[in-house]
Ligand binder design. Structure first.
Ligand code: URA
Length: 194
């Protein structure tokens, strides 16, 4: 299946993998389809499954707070989605087969949004896009490139909820710095991206 022929409206009826049997809703995106910044997470959790919106549970609230702190509006400045669009039972990590089955939808989103900058939250999103396994402590905050787009890996907000220290140099502080670097990058002229 080529991503270019997909209509995102059909995503809500997708049954390409077994997650279709246990999901309540397909969670496609929230935010602004015209945004220059796209954020990709792992997969929906319980609240996302119930509402059909990505990052609206506790992780999403933590993420929203950080975005707002660096001057990014989640609804205006970002298009937010996940590598996998349906909730894995019990919030387990998505399987490779599920990531592959869902990949055409993510590719279609990337094609339509054409983001200048991509933020990858957590190891699953990093592996899906960059093909790099693990090592978020080393990877976060380091600019990467994917198909001519600037890519910033950051800690997943659920990791920040488990590590709530507000100390300088703690994961929360580092993530704020990473998002501030993203905000800065978006202010640079387009030529700086090529
Ligand atoms: N975690 C994710 O990776 N995505 C969501 O939408 C919610 C929690």
């Amino acid at each position: 299946m080529s991503a270019a022929t997909l209509d995102l409206a059909d995503c809500s009826r997708c049954d390409s993998c077994d997650l279709a049997l246990t999901r309540q809703q397909v969670v496609v995106s929230r935010g602004n389809p015209q945004a220059r910044l796209m954020l990709i997470g792992e997969a929906p959790g319980a609240r996302e499954d119930a509402t059909g919106q990505p990052f609206v549970g506790r992780s999403g609230q933590a993420l929203n707070r950080l975005l707002l702190e660096v001057g990014l509006s989640p609804e205006r400045d970002l298009y937010i989605c996940n590598a996998v669009k349906c909730r894995p039972p019990g919030n387990r990590r998505p399987r490779k087969s599920e990531l592959s089955a869902c990949r055409p939808w993510l590719d279609r989103q990337l094609e339509l949004i054409k983001p200048r900058v991509i933020v990858l939250t957590g190891a699953t999103a990093v592996e899906a896009i960059l093909g790099i396994k693990g090592g978020m402590t080393q990877l976060r905050g380091q600019w990467q490139s994917w198909n001519g787009r600037a890519v910033m890996p950051i800690f997943h907000p659920s990791y920040l909820l488990r590590n709530p220290s507000k100390a300088a140099g703690a994961p929360l502080d580092l993530t704020r710095q990473d998002l501030a670097a993203v905000q800065q990058r978006l202010c640079e002229p387009w030529s700086a991206f090529n």
